[in-house]
Write a protein that binds this ligand. Structure first.
Ligand SMILES: O=C(O)c1ccccc1NCC(=O)[C@H](O)[C@H](O)COP(=O)(O)O
Length: 212
């Protein structure tokens, strides 16, 4: 199976077109206003409309209310809702049922014990994303360019498709995939030339390295 690649935090045409052109499988729009990568639903709709079909449009939320999700879905259909906060399995299940949209739960990994919660989500989400824990007191729960120990994932049976995230770059992604035995990867900071500004050449290099 080819490795799946998600390019997260797309907020301009350069990033969107580069991700599409290079064969991204998923594209992430951040609906978390404190993030430098945040977009409005209208901006995401306009970007998404640049290309019909293609990558799964993923909406990233952090402990969202139903109203926040509904406001986004009123503007553009999402193929996947990414929950990157402290959402419980019950909350993830409720969101999935109410919006009839697949859900990906992001989980922070620092030690093997952090993976103990996976079974609790297994029946109520469609995918997992494993990311580093955010720095204590930091403003963002993700998108921090922080890697975690990739070997913690090796040999694990994860009951749903999953993405490895955290501090990935064009230079380390191939090794990360091998070490973690990851079926997919997600990147934000590693394909930016400045915080929140995607770089087309880095996106192309990342996808080539991941899929190569
Ligand atoms: O990217 C953000 O700004 C962000 C904000 C709030 C919650 C999650 C966020 N990003 C989540 C992602 O899916 C990132 O791609 C993932 O954390 C990896 O980020 P990076 O280490 O910067 O590649």
């Amino acid at each position: 199976m080819p490795v799946e690649v998600k390019i997260c935090g797309i907020r301009d045409a350069e990033g969107f077109d580069a991700a599409i052109g290079a064969g991204a499988d998923l594209i992430g729009f951040v609906f978390f206003p404190p993030s430098p990568r945040a977009v409005t639903p209208g901006q995401a709709r306009a970007l998404s409309a640049r290309h019909a079909g293609g990558p799964i449009r993923t909406g990233l939320f952090v402990d969202p209310t139903d109203d926040q999700i509904a406001a986004v879905l009123a503007e553009l259909p999402l193929g996947l809702i990414q929950l990157h906060g402290t959402e419980t399995p019950e909350r993830a299940a409720a969101i999935r049922a109410r919006f009839a949209t697949p859900v990906m739960k992001a989980l922070g990994v620092g030690t093997a014990a952090d993976l103990d919660v996976v079974p609790a989500y297994a029946d109520v989400v469609d995918r997992f994303l494993f990311d580093a824990h955010p720095p204590p007191g930091g403003p963002l729960p993700g998108g921090n360019a922080q890697p975690f120990e990739w070997r913690l994932m090796a040999g694990r049976t994860i009951p749903k498709p999953w993405l490895l995230a955290g501090g990935l770059t064009p230079g380390n992604v191939a090794e990360a995939i091998r070490t973690a035995q990851a079926p997919g990867v997600d990147v934000s900071s590693g394909v930016e030339r400045a915080r929140g500004v995607k770089d087309a050449a880095l996106i192309r290099a990342f996808i080539t390295a991941a899929k190569g």
